[in-house]
Ligand binder design. Structure first.
Ligand code: F6R
Length: 366
């Protein structure tokens, strides 16, 4: 049921404080310094001792996997590869003893992801599934895994399932980091507390959804858009662009911000909106200079910034503020305005946002 919302997509975007909370329920006990994902109980050792983690997914789920690469490498000190399921399954991939494969899928039915894990399983890998639909094919094929508990996602564009996937990945990464002793205890406790307060911060962004709405009305006639981010927010740039393409049919591409000068910068003129994710993190100074490069070419800059930021506010044409949070958790917040921006742009352009043309909720054909 859509309730008071005009579309399922909007309802699902607004459910995120609840779905993220539900996903952490019984798994995160921040006040006790505990994090435990029950579903992977029997594979904690394998994960902690894995020489390599290979993440396999498609679309939005792949973007969650890309965030997890930064995360697992930083907090668990393990090599992570992220791969499109459709590429993995048709290559002749190398699987070694001690490799762990994590498949991420909202539906649990994506054909390419399913076949890819069947192949990896035959080759001897341990398969963990992170899925939303209980009892679907991918969890049934996996050795173990964790559900995202986001509830049914009806809108074709994935929103609440994405933030729930990220949440599960944070929980698993933190549990493994604790197990391995790869994270300083004080930081570990702080991140647990910050994760605990994420639903509240997501709510705060949603309370200001009118900002994304008003920006949508300014840019709804754009022919094309560029999304740029670095580090943890590079995959979020890809995700923001994917949402925009799907929902509004505006051509949008995401890049790591530094790649701009290797090609995409040629596209920038006074009609090109460029969405920057420019939160206060390790790459902040670099992003600020990327914004200057776009402004020097008269591009229109929208920037997602940390509350209270002034430097970017002075440079950008528009900013959307998000609450301050440890850098590793920013994706859970920075993606929200991008979902809203895509949604409102699609609605204003008269698109069928819940069922975009040519798309299906679960891609069971290759
Ligand atoms: C984008 C979207 C798709 C899916 C992709 C994978 O909004 O929904 O890109 O993320 O088709 O689907 P699942 O996660 O069901 O394997």
């Amino acid at each position: 049921e859509k309730g008071n919302f005009e579309h399922y997509m909007l309802k699902e975007i607004f459910e995120q404080p609840t779905t993220i909370f539900d996903c952490m329920r019984g798994r995160l006990m921040a006040n006790k310094g505990l994090v435990k994902v029950g579903g992977i109980r029997e594979y904690v050792d394998q994960l902690a001792n894995a020489k390599r983690i290979i993440i396999i997914a498609c679309g939005t789920s792949l973007h969650a996997g890309m965030v997890a690469k930064y995360l697992f490498e930083e907090v668990c000190r393990v090599t992570v590869e992220v791969e499109y399921a459709s590429e993995f399954r048709y290559r002749n991939p190398v699987i070694r003893d001690g490799d762990v494969v994590i498949a991420i899928s909202q539906s649990g039915e994506t054909a390419d992801t399913l076949v890819a894990i069947e192949k990896a399983k035959e080759m001897g890998a341990i398969i963990l599934g992170i899925c939303n639909v209980v009892g679907s094919s991918i969890p049934r094929t996996s050795h173990a895994g964790a559900y995202t508990h986001a509830g049914a996602e009806i809108g074709v564009a994935s929103t609440k399932a994405f933030t729930a996937q990220l949440t599960v990945l944070y929980l698993i990464a933190l549990q493994i980091a604790k197990e391995k002793g790869t994270m300083e205890n004080e930081r570990f406790r702080r991140i647990l507390n910050e994760l605990d307060s994420i639903p509240k911060k997501v709510q705060k962004i949603l309370d200001n959804s009118y900002i994304a709405q008003s920006l949508a009305s300014l840019y709804l006639d754009a022919k094309s858009m560029i999304y740029l981010g670095r580090g943890y927010n590079f995959p979020i740039a890809l995700e923001g662009a994917l949402k925009m393409k799907e929902i509004s049919y505006i051509h949008a591409e995401g890049y790591p911000a530094a790649e701009m000068k290797h090609g995409p910068i040629a596209l920038i003129d006074d009609e090109m909106p460029v969405m920057f994710i420019a939160t206060k993190d390790a790459t902040y100074e670099k992003i600020v200079s990327n914004i200057q490069e776009v402004k020097a070419r008269k591009g229109k800059v929208i920037a997602i910034v940390t509350e209270g930021d002034d430097a970017v506010k002075n440079l950008a044409d528009h900013v959307i503020e998000i609450p301050e949070v440890d850098e590793i958790l920013t994706p859970l917040l920075s993606v929200i305005p991008l979902q809203l921006f895509a949604y409102y742009t699609g609605v204003l352009r008269g698109c069928n946002v819940d069922q975009p043309r040519n798309l299906a909720k679960s891609v069971t054909v290759e």
